[in-house]
Design a protein around this ligand. Structure first.
Ligand SMILES: Cc1cc2nc3c(=O)[nH]c(=O)nc-3n(C[C@H](O)[C@H](O)[C@H](O)COP(=O)(O)OP(=O)(O)OC[C@H]3O[C@@H](n4cnc5c(N)ncnc54)[C@H](O)[C@@H]3O)c2cc1C
Length: 433
């Protein structure tokens, strides 16, 4: 089949890879000059989400913690944002959290298999490094992480629960003064460079053939009729066209994997999805003192701030800002950006003092979609020829590979190797009542 994938982030590129592997001819349409320029560009580096990474559950955005939750709220009196927060708050209840994570777990496992398969076939080097240490400050935060630890035991995820002293003994760059509650080490989980991985997959696809990358082109609309599907391309920058001269590409199937750009495309098809944009920040900081630099990635478990070594720099990611959806394409007020970056700087200073030269760091911010039930939207929607792969959340890299395999199976008419309840929980149209 001829399949168009809209979006050249990790999700679109991984989807193109799996579609080609399933024998389809693929065209990826990306509005920037190359791939990995959206949320993928700022990726913090953790590959597969553990129960401590998912952006829902007892430790996520607890209202009583305010700014200490690591999420800056700029919602004002916007009722849509308030509604979204209420839905996420319901998942703070340990039973609801466990149920939802249980539904996601098969996708995580399938993503792990898909990543292993890609790596064994292609032998890619994308700055992989092993070991992630999650740290928790207070006794109250430690108590909140217990349902996640229970899930780690239940799903037999290899991990070590450490006291503060054990954390410091394992990772000498973490100080024990002031005291903190403890940590969890995943010695088998990995971090790496997501934009590099995405570009290497594209490079492989360029060499192998079967996938065309149409860069610098934006999809303006999707057309669906009984027999065929097509995308309408927006005029190139500076191009003058009459409305009759619109570029249209036909296909047997279309996959929407355009990150935050998916929302207007789906809305024009009458599909309103309650995904909420969340703005995240990164700092890329030169290493200040090599002896203070951690040998594993360090994560502030409650604030969800990740510090990962990438070559000679530390990438510090997090500093989420929740704002009304209609303001997402506006530049954040300077003071808000400052607060978000201060969260990143402070977490780095607290957990690994002396490691990063924050004053010389380069900052970046990007938008990621979060769903109110914490799960992505992956599957068929609206029309038999339309597929959606969006909302993978701020822990979306690893999931992208499994979600891509699921979409490729569905496009190919193959029964996916995931439980029925997981497939239903991921269904893009589940919010339609
Ligand atoms: C700061 C930050 C840190 C993060 N850290 C982590 C982490 O440590 N681990 C993790 O797993 N995840 C992390 N994430 C999340 C992860 O990076 C995302 O889930 C993932 O990159 C989403 O990929 P995507 O392809 O859906 O979106 P994007 O990367 O945004 O790609 C979408 C692409 O679609 C293109 N596009 C949009 N509309 C159109 C259109 N109409 N026509 C043509 N092209 C279009 C865009 O230009 C863009 O390139 C982080 C995200 C951010 C922002």
């Amino acid at each position: 089949m001829d399949v168009i994938v809209i979006g050249g982030g990790i999700v679109g590129v991984a989807t193109a890879y799996q579609l080609r592997a399933a024998g389809h001819r693929v065209c990826v349409v990306e509005r920037y000059a190359t791939v990995a320029q959206g949320a993928t560009y700022g990726n913090g580096g953790t590959i597969l989400p553990t129960p401590l990474d998912v952006w829902f559950g007892p430790t996520f955005m607890h209202s009583r913690q305010g700014a200490k939750s690591g999420v800056i709220r700029k919602s004002g009196f916007n009722s849509a944002v308030r509604g979204f927060e209420r839905q996420l708050a319901a998942l703070q209840e340990p039973e609801a959290f466990s149920r939802q994570y249980g539904l996601l777990r098969p996708l995580i496992e399938s993503s792990r298999d898909a990543m292993t398969d890609i790596e064994s076939r292609l032998g890619l080097e994308f700055e992989q490094s092993q070991g992630v240490l999650y740290l928790t400050r207070t006794a109250q935060e430690w108590a909140q992480t217990q349902p996640a630890l229970e899930l780690l035991r239940q799903f037999e995820v290899p991990h070590h629960v450490f006291t503060a002293a054990e954390c410091a003994a394992f990772e000498h760059s973490v100080p024990t003064d002031p005291d903190f509650a403890g940590g969890v080490l995943f010695d088998q989980e990995r971090t790496a460079n997501c934009p590099l991985f995405t570009k290497l997959i594209k490079q492989t696809l360029d060499t192998q053939g079967g996938v065309t990358f149409m860069l610098n082109r934006e999809v303006a609309a999707i057309r669906l009729d009984g027999q065929r599907a097509a995308v309408e391309l927006a005029p190139r920058l500076g191009e003058v066209t009459s409305t009759r001269e619109v570029d249209v590409i036909n296909a047997d199937a279309i996959v929407v994997a355009a990150g935050v750009g998916s929302l207007p495309l789906l809305e024009r098809l009458g599909m309103r999805v309650p995904l909420h944009p969340l703005r995240l920040h990164t700092l890329s900081a030169p290493i200040a003192h090599e002896e203070c630099t951690p040998h594993v990635a360090v994560v502030d478990a409650v604030k969800r701030i990740t510090v990962t070594r990438m070559n000679h720099r530390l990438r510090i990611a997090g500093g989420a800002v929740l704002q009304p959806a209609n303001q997402t394409d506006k530049v954040l007020p300077e003071a808000v950006t400052k607060d978000a970056l201060a969260l990143l700087g402070q977490a780095t200073h607290d957990w690994i003092p002396g490691a990063a030269k924050i004053s010389a760091a380069l900052s970046w911010d990007g938008v990621k979609l979060l769903s109110p039930d914490g799960l992505p939207l992956v599957g068929n929607a609206v029309h038999p020829r339309l597929f959606v792969n969006v909302g993978l959340g701020p822990a979306g890299w690893g999931l992208a590979c499994g979600a891509a395999k699921l979409v490729a199976d569905l496009v190919s008419g193959v029964t996916p190797d995931l439980p029925e309840d997981t497939l239903a929980a991921l269904r893009p149209e589940r919010f339609r009542g």
